[in-house]
Each structure stands twice: as structure tokens, then as C-alpha cells.
Design a protein around this ligand. Structure first.
Ligand code: FES
Length: 253
């Protein structure tokens, strides 16, 4: 459910995002030596969706369901690269994460309806159980499930294989020849908004960090809108130790 007040929505959206499972950078300082040790993730990249159950009233009770994505759904089709993910809460508080791509012809399946007892595809009426099993309609196969980890309290992690998301890092020097900024380069897909996230330690929460669009530009950007092209963003080397990554912003769709 999307809070209606803009500021609330902004805070809401920032609490969950899609990130590479392994961050590309772990540094004791932004030194040349450590940056040389940065390795690029191998294809395909695994991704993780992180979210708090408490952000979703629909998931507070069994048989609740939400649909989360990187970009809106237009008609019955996704507007972005990825189909949204259905998160269903089954009996006994068991969570199921499912690719919403209908296995009949690819339309975006609706969230689970308690009244209908199914996730229903709007195109030709295929029906799926709360765990994604196919129960009716022209589809022959179940919805693709993703592995989930629930901490028993509030955090749900969904593992996404084959996420097309790589980040290359390089140090950019200023005119005086000293290290000025770190350039993060990635393929930014259309209709997806990206944020640069910083985590000071493994146990600390991820925080959005501002970036610049040029090596010398102001560090005042917080969101990058993808356009099916490579993007280069620049972060301040004043950041000290920790992890740095680029995430795709998620929202209920
Ligand atoms: S695309 Fe879903 S039933 Fe045909």
C-alpha cells in the first residue's frame, strides 16, 4: 500500500530496494591499492530484495499479498525490464515470492485474492494458488518461485538469480592529480530508478548517499533515472570504510 503523503512515500520507498548480493567494494580507505583489488561480479549476478513486512499492511495476516516492482505495470505488461514480484503470505505465516510473469503468455499476474482464492492472470484467466501452483486456465506451469529468508520478526530477503546488474568502479583524479571521486558505472535500464547506497559495516543499515553526475559536479543527486544506456555517477571519497553499491528502487505496482 502506498502512503498518500509525498514525504511518507519517499521514506517508504527508500526502506527497500534491489541490490547485488555481493557489494563490489569493501575498503579500509579509498586507496589505489584496494581499488585495484576490486573484482567485477561474474555474470549472471545474483540480486536480493530486502523489505520489512511491517511496511505492508497486507502482509500482516495470512493470505495477504502484495506486488512489488522496479517500474509500473501498464495494462497487463511491465514497463521495465523485470516483471514485478508477488509476495504472498500463506497459512502459518509462510511467505512465497513469485515471479508475476504468467506462464501462459507473459502477462503480469495480479496479487493473491482471498475472495477468489487465487492469483489471477488478467489476460486469459489462468489461476495460481498462493504458493504459485497452477490451478486453472490455459497456463500449464506454476509461477516461478524465488527463495525467501524470513527472520521470524520483520525482515524478508528474496533471492533473485540472473539479475542484470553489474557495477564497475574506478578512481577519478582531479587536476592536481590526487584522488577526487569514485566513479560507479552501470547499465541503467529504462523505467528503473537507481540509488547509490552506503553501508558503513555489515550489520549497519544501508543508507542512500548523494552523488554527482560529473567528476566535478555538485554532490546533490539522489536518484538516477535509467534510459537503457550506461550511467556514470560519482561519489565523494570522503566516505570512509564500508560497502558501496547501486540499487534499483522498488515500489508497490
Ligand atoms: S497470459 Fe496469463 S492466461 Fe494468458
Amino acid at each position: 500500500m502506498i502512503p498518500t503523503e509525498p514525504q511518507n512515500r519517499r521514506e517508504f520507498v527508500k526502506r527497500f530496494s534491489l541490490l547485488p548480493a555481493v557489494s563490489t567494494l569493501l575498503t579500509a580507505s579509498w586507496s589505489n591499492t584496494l581499488l585495484a583489488a576490486v573484482t567485477l561480479p561474474k555474470r549472471p549476478t545474483r540480486g536480493r530484495m530486502l523489505l520489512k513486512i511491517s511496511d505492508f499492511p497486507a502482509l500482516q495476516d495470512d493470505f495477504g499479498s502484495v506486488r512489488i516492482g522496479t517500474s509500473p505495470v501498464a495494462g497487463n505488461e511491465p514497463t521495465g525490464l523485470l516483471h514485478p514480484i508477488l509476495i504472498n503470505r500463506g497459512p502459518g505465516g509462510q511467505f512465497h515470492a513469485l515471479n508475476s510473469e504468467c506462464t501462459h503468455a507473459g502477462c503480469v499476474v495480479r496479487p493473491y485474492s482471498q475472495a477468489a482464492g487465487a492469483c489471477i492472470c488478467p489476460c486469459h484467466g489462468s489461476r495460481y494458488a498462493i504458493d504459485g501452483a497452477r490451478t486453472g486456465g490455459p497456463a500449464f506451469f506454476p509461477l516461478l518461485p524465488y527463495a525467501v529468508q524470513f527472520d521470524g520478526k520483520d525482515q524478508l530477503i528474496i533471492e533473485l538469480p540472473d539479475l542484470p546488474h553489474e557495477i564497475h568502479a574506478s578512481l577519478v583524479r582531479n587536476d592536481a592529480g590526487s584522488a577526487a571521486r569514485l566513479r560507479l558505472e552501470f547499465l541503467a535500464f529504462a523505467h528503473i530508478h537507481y540509488e547509490v547506497m552506503f553501508q558503513p559495516s555489515v550489520s549497519a543499515p544501508w543508507q542512500a548517499t548523494p552523488f554527482a553526475l560529473t567528476p566535478d559536479g555538485p554532490l546533490d543527486q539522489t536518484v538516477f533515472a535509467g534510459n537503457d544506456d550506461f550511467a556514470g555517477v560519482y561519489v565523494d571519497t570522503a566516505l570512509q570504510t564500508g560497502f558501496l553499491t547501486v540499487t534499483m528502487r522498488l515500489q508497490p505496482v
